[in-house]
Design a protein around this ligand. Structure first.
Ligand code: V47
Ligand code: SF4
Length: 348
């Protein structure tokens, strides 16, 4: 599909026809299955040297609401992980002005020591770039050290909108879009699978979104290292971006459907229920989506920006959401391997 085709679908495409088309493409790729994951988010600090205009989560050091967790606090917070069947730690946080790179290595090593079976998916490309700066290491050496400490995959955050004209207005201090792509390419070269996101619904237009997807599609053609694409719906409360209301349900569903059609080299499209709300995420299963993310537990980033969704969902609730859309719920691990099928029997 060309960029012009995708733009036409955004601007003129019939909403239901688009959904049907995307659902059909997804059915060919992934059948009836909808994946979910039993995971736990860890956000070690909200103190950040960047001040992205869309971010309600970050604080300056000493500002009211700023927090930092020592490794012991985190271990304590996740000590029941196995009892809850947790298979993945998803770790992202602010760029702390004083913490050394060794804090992050210690964190991964400690989590692996206490929870050897739980996969560690950690740090956006923005954090990886920051680790290189604070450690004086090159990016490949940062990856070598993190892998040795327990890193197994990376989330897709920090992509925002890759186009410089938009990016410079919403997050001028953040690494460039080109640098984000370069770090992802190096991650893939280091055999670290990553996800990819797009923050939409702020100041960007449809053509900026398609430009973003085009850049992801090109890199995926080169590396095949992206596992899933996740559009993130912008939430404006407590941010520096003035906007009336949140993204519309129609925009959310169209964006997911166009992503399914345009990103023909991505196997999976995820509806992140935290940002979409549980009901739109369910409808997304009719618009080309085959992944609902996970149980999450204590989401902080979007809730700082006014999200009304729950901070976490039980497995039963996620399975029920999928079943009521007449799809087959399958628990996956971080690498999209099936671990529990629709009847509830373990596959491993
Ligand atoms: O990079 C920040 C976004 C991202 C807001 O890879 C906001 O599996 C909406 O990347 N409104 C971090 N979004 C979260 C993220 C993520 C989440 C779930 C799963 C995965 C994955 C990745 O959150 C940031 C930024 O794009 N964000 N502020 C806001 N006000
Ligand atoms: Fe910091 Fe990330 Fe928030 Fe930007 S989005 S201010 S880099 S925590």
């Amino acid at each position: 599909m060309s960029a012009a085709d995708a733009l036409f679908l955004y601007e003129e495409g019939d909403f239901f026809a688009l959904g049907k088309l995307a659902a059909e493409v997804n059915r060919k790729l992934n059948g009836d299955t909808v994946f979910y994951n039993i995971n736990r988010h860890i956000n070690p600090t909200n103190i950040c040297v960047n001040q992205c205009r869309f971010c309600a989560y970050s604080k300056l050091k000493g500002e009211e609401g700023a927090y930092e967790q020592c490794i012991e606090d985190i271990l304590n917070e996740v000590k029941e992980a196995e009892a809850y069947g947790i298979r993945e730690f998803h770790i992202v946080g602010g760029l702390h002005p004083d913490w050394p790179f060794s804090y992050y290595l210690d964190l991964l090593e400690s989590l692996k020591r206490e929870h050897p079976e739980v996969v560690i998916k950690a740090f956006t490309a923005v954090e990886i770039d920051y680790f290189a700066k604070i450690s004086g290491l090159e990016i490949p050496a940062v990856f070598t050290a993190l892998k040795k400490a327990g890193l197994q995959a990376m989330p897709g955050g920090g992509a925002e909108i890759l186009k410089p004209e938009v990016r410079n207005r919403i997050c001028p201090e953040k690494i460039s879009g080109a640098r984000w792509l370069e770090i992802m390419k190096l991650a893939h070269a280091a055999d670290i699978p990553t996800n990819a996101t797009m923050l939409y619904g702020h100041i960007e237009n449809f053509s900026d979104r398609i430009d973003h997807m085009e850049k992801l599609r090109s890199l995926q053609d080169e590396t095949h290292g992206f596992q899933v694409f996740i559009p993130l719906a912008f939430h404006a409360t407590n941010t520096d971006i003035r906007k009336k209301g949140e993204t519309s349900a129609i925009d959310d569903l169209k964006t997911l459907a166009i992503a399914r059609l345009y990103l023909d080299n991505f196997q999976h499209i995820k509806a992140y229920w935290v940002m979409l709300g549980e009901k739109i995420a369910q409808l997304a299963l009719l618009f080309g989506v085959n992944d609902l993310d996970g149980t999450v537990v204590k989401e902080r980033i979007t809730h700082a920006a006014g999200a009304k969704s729950a901070a976490g969902l039980s497995e039963a609730c996620i399975r029920n959401t999928i079943l009521r859309a007449r799809r087959r719920p399958v628990e996956r691990d971080t690498f999209y391997r099936r671990v529990k099928d629709a009847e509830g029997g373990r596959n491993e």
